[in-house]
Design a binder for this molecule. Structure first.
Ligand code: ADP
Ligand code: MG
Length: 372
């Protein structure tokens, strides 16, 4: 099998026009960029190409504009920020302004690569989608993964294939159904799973516990029961913070009365989860432990984030909200790798491959030989 071509496999880039598929899907608030992390993350690849004489043309999607132009999702704010960071780069308009992007229409790909000599994919966060700008160009042009994509692949496949043990996965967030696939795949490679967030209530329900009015997914109860009986180590919270039937702040054990809602793991659970993180040698974290956007329910996520920052383990965080929580607590610099892709990082961990990576491996310049 061919391996994924790297920037070196593009050959001489001097004087070439290089299309770089970036992930500039930044958070916007009334047209203003609230976090430019994804733009800055693309700079090493842009600089690598420009310093060798290439002309860089970037393109990205932004939001969900439904296949037609929509001012709300114009790339203008991104273009302005990019001009400050990398003034010689061209930036195309939002790729999803054309329905050909998500439909993977070859005619759209052909238009994208008109006048282009080489293709680089540095959009890890979009590489789990078989969209035109991701899988189209590598069929036609010498192609490569950018430095950001390469780092993501190295780190995440490293976790999957060769983690230092004990390897612990900490999972939270809103929905177990989003993550069941990766939870199942991870069960085969991790030494322990730690479960917080709203998804713990579906596990509680599977254990026959009372969860009050907490968020849970009835159609996932059976899957959770199966995971619990798999014989693997699964740490669940043993105290919960939330609101009582009158909506007042309250602390519970693992038996929530009628009308109560759980919004965070309690202090005892947060301390226990921290101990597991401190004793691990590899930790992957995806999904906040509670509704951290509300200060009353941020403590569990903060304690886990602090343990992630302090542990000697190799730490990897995936997921947009988890990364936002780290940024809110100003701990992102103390994590070894914060993935730029939420869905993509989970899918790569689950399946070991992504459509965007497979496309690069099939590119005309892909070198023979085994990966990793
Ligand atoms: P990520 O983006 O890191 O993958 P998710 O999108 O899966 O994370 O989940 C993040 C959301 O989960 C946050 O908005 C948070 O408020 C919510 N959440 C976490 N715990 C709970 C809970 N107990 N009840 C309701 N929502 C929760
Ligand atoms: Mg999210």
């Amino acid at each position: 099998m061919a391996r994924i071509p790297t920037l070196e496999d593009l050959g001489d880039v001097a004087g070439k026009r290089v299309f770089v598929r970036t992930d500039f899907n930044v958070p916007l608030d009334e047209g203003k960029i609230t976090d430019d992390f994804r733009i800055r993350a693309a700079l090493p690849t842009i600089e690598w190409l420009e310093s060798r004489g290439a002309k860089v043309v970037c393109a990205s999607h932004l939001g969900r504009p439904k296949g037609k132009p929509d001012d709300k999702y114009s790339m203008a704010p991104v273009r302005a920020r990019l001009a400050e960071l990398a003034p010689d780069v061209e930036l195309l308009e939002n790729l999803r302004f054309d329905s050909g992007e998500e439909a993977n229409d070859p005619a759209f790909t052909a238009r994208l690569i008109e006048g282009i000599d080489l293709y680089v994919n540095d959009a890890f966060g979009a590489s789990h989608r078989a969209h035109a700008s991701i899988v189209g160009p590598p069929k036609m042009l010498p192609s490569a993964m950018g430095l950001l994509l390469q780092k993501e692949v190295d780190v995440l496949l490293g976790l999957r294939n060769n983690p230092k043990r004990p390897f612990v996965a900490v999972l939270g967030g809103a929905k177990i159904s989003d993550k069941l696939g990766v939870v199942e795949a991870l069960l085969d490679v991790v030494d322990a799973l730690v479960i917080g967030g709203a998804m713990c209530f579906t596990f509680f329900a599977a254990q026959g516990k009372s969860i009050g009015d907490s968020l849970f997914e009835p159609d996932q109860v059976e899957s959770c029961a199966r995971l619990l009986s798999s014989g693997r180590t699964i740490h669940l919270p043993d105290d919960i913070v939330g609101t009582d039937a009158d909506g007042a702040f309250a602390t519970f054990g693992t038996w929530l009365p009628d009308g109560a809602k759980g919004f965070d793991i309690g202090p005892g659970s947060a301390a226990a989860f921290s101990d597991v993180i401190m004793d691990a040698r590899t930790v992957f974290w995806n999904g906040p432990m509670g509704v951290f956007e509300d200060e009353r329910f941020a403590a569990g996520t903060r304690t886990v984030a602090q343990a992630m920052a302090e542990t000697k383990a190799f730490t990897v965080v995936g997921g947009g909200d988890s990364a936002a929580a780290l940024a809110q607590f100003r701990l992102e610099d103390d994590i070894d790798h914060v993935s730029t892709g939420g869905g993509a990082s989970l899918e790569l961990l689950e399946l070991g491959d992504l459509p965007g990576l497979a496309a690069l491996r099939a590119a005309p310049n892909a070198p023979a030989g085994n990966e990793e």
